[in-house]
Design a protein around this ligand. Structure first.
Ligand SMILES: C[S@@+](CC[C@H](N)C(=O)[O-])C[C@H]1O[C@@H](n2cnc3c(N)ncnc32)[C@H](O)[C@@H]1O
Length: 285
């Protein structure tokens, strides 16, 4: 079940300013303000700031977990940039290389931007597409805060390059790929998808970011439709992230299956190589 969302007035700082900021968010995102509702929604969006911070972050709140926001500069993502992964990790290997360079990637299911950030830190240009207005707002806010950080003395050139490789658009990806991809200033090379998979059982250990996504958007029921659009548009590869033992996404043509699969301990990447599928007559040239 997905939950309703509304804007909440921030308890931080000047109450009058907080009211104005909340009204402005409510207008921008066309979401109701929390105090105007009789039944409060289970998820709210608003500004969050700790005493130590000078800048507020756009965040999602739900009763059973703390603020959920995206931070490309500090925290886990920064840690991963410094210590994690490397160019050999399965996610990056799945993208392949075009004439010795990393391809341009459309992340068609951007979510909290985790995978996009890893790809951008290793050199891919990534366009993040996200259809939830609230989640895409969090991504835009994280990129804007990142840009502001670049002007600070703590900034570094590596972070500058990573953020320059990331962009976000609020859109349904199947629609974008079919009708708007031609507006990009480069061809679509790789389309990456990590659709929300139905939860098997309630896992206490689910991260709060995933929990809020599960509550807000629920399982993605139309991955097949998105995969069809991706296979029609991508010039090089389509990569689908699945839980390790999950079935592949079934398409109308049962012969249209991944060209190869790359596995890691909990995850599998189903790689559809466009040239191979075209040569086999499974995709129209
Ligand atoms: C499992 S999450 C992705 C997590 C992401 N890979 C990360 O690292 O944070 C799936 C996200 O894809 C979005 N999504 C699913 N189908 C979409 C579509 N057709 N167009 C745009 N966004 C989509 C959902 O709203 C959800 O936020």
């Amino acid at each position: 079940m997905t939950h309703s969302i509304a804007i909440q007035i921030s308890p931080f700082g000047d109450p009058e300013q907080a009211q104005k900021d909340a009204e402005s968010l409510s207008q921008i995102y066309q979401l109701p303000l929390v105090h105007t509702l009789e039944t409060p929604p289970s998820i709210t969006m608003g500004w969050y700031q700790t005493a130590k911070e000078t800048q507020a972050k756009l965040a999602l709140f739900q009763p059973d977990s703390g603020a959920v926001f995206i931070d490309f500069v500090t925290g886990k993502k920064a840690h991963r940039r410094q210590y994690g992964g490397g160019k050999n990790q399965p996610l990056v290997r799945a993208m392949g290389k075009i004439e010795n360079r990393l391809p341009h990637v459309i992340d068609a299911t951007a979510g909290m931007g985790g995978d996009s950030f890893v790809l951008a830190s290793l050199g891919c240009h990534v366009l993040m597409l996200e259809r939830s207005i609230a989640v895409s707002a969090l991504l835009k806010d994280a990129l804007q805060r990142g840009e502001a950080f670049l002007n600070s003395e703590d900034s570094d050139s590596e972070l500058h390059d990573i953020l320059a490789r990331l962009n976000v658009i609020h859109a349904d990806s199947a629609h974008f790929l079919r009708h708007q991809a031609h507006t990009l200033n480069h061809s679509v090379e790789v389309v990456y998808m990590d659709p929300m998979y139905p939860e098997k059982k309630k896992k206490a250990a689910t991260k709060k970011e995933m929990k809020v996504l599960q509550h807000l958007v629920g399982p993605d029921q139309d991955s097949q439709h998105l995969l069809q659009a991706a296979l029609k548009t991508a010039g090089y590869r389509v990569v689908v992230k699945r839980p390790k033992n999950a079935p592949i996404i079934q398409l109308d043509n049962p012969k249209l299956i991944p060209t190869t699969q790359i596995s890691s301990p909990n995850t599998r990447y189903d790689v559809y190589v466009i040239k191979a599928l075209k040569s086999a007559g499974l995709l129209s040239p």
